[in-house]
Design a protein around this ligand. Structure first.
Ligand code: NAD
Length: 490
C-alpha cells in the first residue's frame, strides 16, 4: 500500500538521505509522498554495490535456468501486487487506470518474456580451418546505469531491468523525479524474488546530478537511457569518455498515414488512440496525421466528433480515456506549442486549452486538441509536443506523403491505414521509422523490437536482440591439431 515516504535501495537496503523531495499526484496537484533524494555520494555507493555484486557476486554465475526462475518469480510477485502497483502508478502519473493496467501487465510479461528468452540465448560455433575450434560465449556486459523517463515509469523500468538481469548484469536504476515510486517498489520486489543484494539498486534524484554522475562513472559499463533527444545527445557525448555501451530510446514525432481506401472505422479509432493514449505523453504518439484529400472532410469530422466523446477526468474511473498532464510545467510547454501554431496561422479545430475538471481543480488537464491548416515548417509540426495534440495535413499521392512523413529529424513510430496490402508493404519499407503499424493501433508487445531511426535513438528494446545489448560476445579460438604450430619457424 502507499507509503508517505520512499527510500532508495542500495545493496539490498532501504537507504534514507538528509535531503528529500516531494513527488506529486498530478491529477490533483497535491503532494503524494516524499522521497529520499540521492546525492552523488549515494550514486557512488550504488555503483560500488553493483560493481561488487558483478565482480564477486553469484548472480551472473547462476545457471540461466536459475536466473530465469527468479525473473518469473519477480513477475509472479508483480502479479500478486498488481492492484497496488496500478494504484500507485495512477496516483503518481495521473494516467487513466486502463492505461496503467495495460502497462503494468506488459511490465510483468516483460520479465516472463526475458525469463524464456535467456534460456535459448546462446553463442555460436564458427567455421574455421581444420584443427581450430572457434566458439563465442555470451557474457554480461557488467554494471549498467538505467535512466528512466516519467511517462511509463514502471514499464520503462521493466524494459531495462528485465533484459539486464536475464543477461547477468548488475544495475543502478535512476527513475524520473516526477515518478520514482514504482521503480523503487520494483527493486524491492526483485529482492523478495531472490535477486541477490547489490544486483539491482535504485537511486532517485536529479538527472543533472545523479544521472550525470552515473553516465560519467568509470565503473559503469553501459548506459541505457530513455528520455528526450537533447538529454540523449548529452549522454552519448559524456559516455564516450569511457567508451561505454549506450542505448538511447528518445523522442518522436510519428506520422500516421490515412489513405483514401482505408477502413474508416478502424482508421479513426486507431488514430484517436494513437495520439490520445497516455494523454499523448508517449514517445511513439502518432502526432502528425496525414489524411488523403479525398476523404479528409469525412475523416476529420468523424475524428473530431469522437475526440469530443473522450472522457477526461478521474484517472481511477474505468470510463476515463484521457488522464492528466504530468506537471504544470509540461502543460505550459504543450500550450505554448498550440499558441505558436495559432500565431503561425494554423487552425485550432478542437481543444487547444486547459480544462477545468470538477473535483480535480488543482490538477493539470489539457483538452484533446486537433490543429489543422498547418505547414511543414511550423514548430508544432516539427517538434515533439508530448501532449494530447495532433497536427493534421492532407496529401494527394503515395510518393508525396512518404517524403513528407520522413521530413523530420525523428524516426520512432509510424502508422499506415489502407486496405491495399501492396501499398502497405511499399510504404512500410520506405518509412524512416523503427516501428511501422499497419492497420494497427498498438506499437509494442514483449518480443517486438522497439526503438528508433535518426534522432529517435538507437538500440532495440523489448525483444530477444536486446539481450545482446547487455552482453559481450567473447570469441574463443583454440587449436587441437596433433603438432605444435610454429608460425615464425624459428
Ligand atoms: P528527460 O530527458 O527530461 O529525462 C529522462 C531521464 O533522464 C530522467 O530520469 C531524468 O532525470 C534524466 N536526466 C535528465 N538530465 C540528465 C543528465 N544530464 N544526465 C543523465 N540523466 C539525466 O525525459 P522525460 O521528460 O522524463 O521523458 C520524456 C521523453 O522521453 C520524451 O522525449 C519521450 O519521447 C521520451 N521517451 C522515449 C521512449 C522511447 O522508447 N523512444 C519512451 C518513453 C519516453
Amino acid at each position: 500500500m502507499k507509503r508517505d515516504h520512499y527510500r532508495m535501495v542500495i545493496n539490498g537496503e532501504r537507504v534514507d538521505s538528509d535531503e528529500t523531495f516531494e513527488t506529486f499526484n498530478p491529477a490533483k496537484g497535491e503532494i503524494l509522498a516524499t522521497v529520499a533524494k540521492a546525492s552523488r555520494e549515494h550514486a557512488e555507493k550504488a555503483v560500488q554495490a553493483a560493481r561488487h555484486a558483478f565482480d564477486h557476486g553469484k548472480w551472473r554465475k547462476y545457471p540461466v535456468g536459475k536466473r530465469a526462475r527468479v525473473l518469473n518469480q519477480i513477475a509472479a510477485i508483480m502479479r500478486e501486487r498488481f492492484q497496488e502497483l496500478v494504484e500507485i502508478e495512477v496516483l503518481n502519473s495521473g494516467k487513466a487506470i486502463s492505461a496503467a493496467q495495460a502497462q503494468i501487465n506488459q511490465a510483468i510479461e516483460d520479465f516472463e518474456f526475458y525469463a524464456g528468452a535467456i534460456v535459448g540465448h546462446r553463442g555460436t560455433v564458427n567455421n574455421v580451418p581444420n584443427g581450430f575450434l572457434n566458439y563465442t560465449q555470451k557474457e554480461p556486459v557488467g554494471v549498467c546505469a538505467q535512466i528512466i523517463p516519467w511517462n511509463y515509469p514502471l514499464m520503462m523500468a521493466a524494459w531495462k531491468v528485465a533484459p539486464a538481469l536475464a543477461a547477468g548484469c548488475s544495475v543502478v536504476v535512476k527513475p524520473a523525479s516526477l515518478t520514482p515510486i514504482t521503480a523503487i517498489l520494483l527493486n524491492e520486489i526483485c529482492h523478495e524474488a531472490g535477486v541477490p543484494e547489490g544486483v539491482v539498486n535504485t537511486v532517485a534524484g536529479a538527472g543533472s546530478v545523479v544521472g550525470d554522475y552515473l553516465v560519467g562513472h568509470e565503473d559503469v559499463n553501459k548506459v541505457a537511457f530513455t528520455g528526450s533527444t537533447p538529454i540523449g545527445k548529452d549522454i552519448m557525448e559524456k559516455a564516450s569518455h569511457t567508451l561505454k555501451r549506450v542505448t538511447l530510446e528518445l523522442g518522436g514525432k510519428s506520422p500516421n498515414l490515412v489513405f483514401a481506401d482505408a477502413d474508416m472505422e478502424a482508421a479513426v479509432a486507431g488514430s484517436l488512440f494513437g495520439i490520445y493514449f497516455n494523454t499523448g505523453q508517449s514517445c511513439e504518439a502518432r502526432s502528425r496525421l496525414f489524411v488523403h484529400e479525398e476523404i479528409y472532410d469525412e475523416f476529420i469530422e468523424e475524428f473530431i466528433t469522437r475526440a469530443k466523446k473522450l472522457q477526461l477526468g478521474d484517472p481511477f474511473d474505468k470510463g476515463t480515456h484521457v488522464g492528466s498532464i504530468i506537471s504544470r510545467d509540461q502543460l505550459e510547454i504543450i500550450d505554448s506549442y498550440v499558441r505558436s501554431a495559432e500565431e503561425e496561422g494554423a487552425t485550432i479545430a478542437l481543444g487547444g486549452k486547459e480544462r477545468r475538471v470538477e473535483g480535480f481543480e488543482n490538477g493539470h488537464w489539457y483538452e484533446p486538441t486537433v490543429i489543422t491548416n498547418v505547414t511543414p515548417d511550423m514548430k508544432a509540426v516539427q517538434e515533439e509536443i508530448f501532449g494530447p495534440v495532433v497536427v493534421v495535413e492532407t496529401f494527394q499521392d503515395e510518393r508525396e506523403v512518404i517524403k513528407r512523413a520522413n521530413d523530420t529529424k525523428f524516426g520512432l513510430g509510424s502508422a499506415i491505414w489502407t486496405k491495399d496490402q501492396g501499398r502497405a508493404t511499399r510504404v512500410a519499407h520506405q518509412l524512416e521509422a523503427g516501428i511501422v503499424m499497419v492497420n494497427c493501433p498498438f506499437s509494442a508487445f514483449p518480443g517486438t523490437p522497439f526503438g528508433g531511426y535518426k534522432e529517435s535513438g538507437f538500440g532495440r528494446e523489448l525483444c530477444v536482440e536486446t539481450l545482446d545489448l547487455y552482453m559481450e560476445d567473447k570469441s574463443i579460438l583454440s587449436y587441437y591439431g596433433p603438432k605444435p604450430i610454429n608460425p615464425f619457424g624459428v
